[in-house]
Design a protein around this ligand. Sequence first.
Ligand code: XLS
Ligand code: NI
Ligand code: NI
Length: 436
Amino acid sequence: MSTGFFGDIAPITYEGPESDNPLAFRHYNKDEIVLGKRMEDNLRFAVAYWHSFAWEGGDPFGGRTFQRPWFGDTMDHAKLKADVAFEMFSLLGAPFYCFHDADARPEGKSFAESRKNLEAIVDIFAAKQKQTGVKLLWGTANLFSHRRFMSGAATNPDPDVFAYAAATVKSCMDATKKLGGANYVLWGGREGYETLLNTDLKREDAQMGRFLNLVVEYKYKVGFKGTILIEPKPQEPSKHQYDYDVATVYGFLRRHGLENEVKVNIEQGHAILAGHLFEHELALANALGIFGSIDMNRNDYQSGWDTDQFPNNTPEMALAFYEVIKGGGFRNGGTNFDAKLRRQSLDPEDLLIAHAGGMDTCARAFKAAAKLYEDKALSARVEERYAGWKSAEAKAMLSGKRSLAEIAERVEKKSINPEPRSGKQELLENIVNRYV
Ligand code: XLS
Ligand code: NI
Ligand code: NI
């Protein structure tokens, strides 16, 4: 039975680029084959439960703007929220969703009560997944909203908070496994510090390493088949967060022996906050062998905050999807809309319009990237740029067969005097613009 929240809006379908219906796809045709796969399987879209159903429209200067019938902290509210959420996934034709424990269930008076509330909701989710065919892209624990986590979760100075966080992650991993989740995400919003004046940075790194090792051990113990993902972010809410960016996370994983166990979930807005391009983070994760999944959104470039807006910039996103495609596309990962409405967008239909637009922009960008990839429009030129490294002498230098002195000797003997070559940046930018 429908909740009626979305009125009589029909499921959103592909109507083609000429359609001016705001509740239709103009570029996302889920059955279209691109790079040998259906678009639905290329993009693996997910809706984020927290932004669309738990977030109330507050900002630092004002509280709730949305009025949703499921706002409240009883199990009945949580059930209504689940009903509306799955209605929305189906209306959008979104194949996946993601959630935190705290988005989905009311907080109990004790840990045990919170866990039981979560288990009850998980049973409801399981039944709805079966009914609708919608699947779980990832589950995660909210270890940042409640005041107990104000000084960190795994990195808290109080071992009882470490224990509470461990118990919370265990319950969320159990939930994710039960729901057949493809991944499990850890985002450490409070794993960092406000001031070094009260912080033992070295100890906190050791705590965080131990915590992640416990998580990986548990994954094998219970036979969870999904991928464990860390989501980097440089700051906000902490002044400085330890999982700053992809490079920092990789160093952390190596330090704690986990580089073959854990991958990354890369968010567009977090990359920007770290002073990188989204495609930089994606390219680096692929180069390091730790690419997992993406959180798709965009920041307002003026405000400098993680504003979690819906993506709408096709040329930027095409370069991001180009890196995803170069890395072989998504395996367990997908495109999660970690994006929320602006607080003035009050209407139920705004939720659908926002997601439909995001899905469409992604599809358009993905198709442009696929064409760029198939035509080798950039890669042929990159290959040519490095072609010198195919020579026997160049290979010998790289494989350790030449010493510094031998290389120096050859430079003089052969009178090596390299001529710089153009990097062709404007040409390449113009080529990209032909595709997007
Ligand atoms: C916050 C993060 C968060 C994670 C999940 O900035 O993006 O939403 O994706 O905890
Ligand atoms: Ni995110
Ligand atoms: Ni974020």
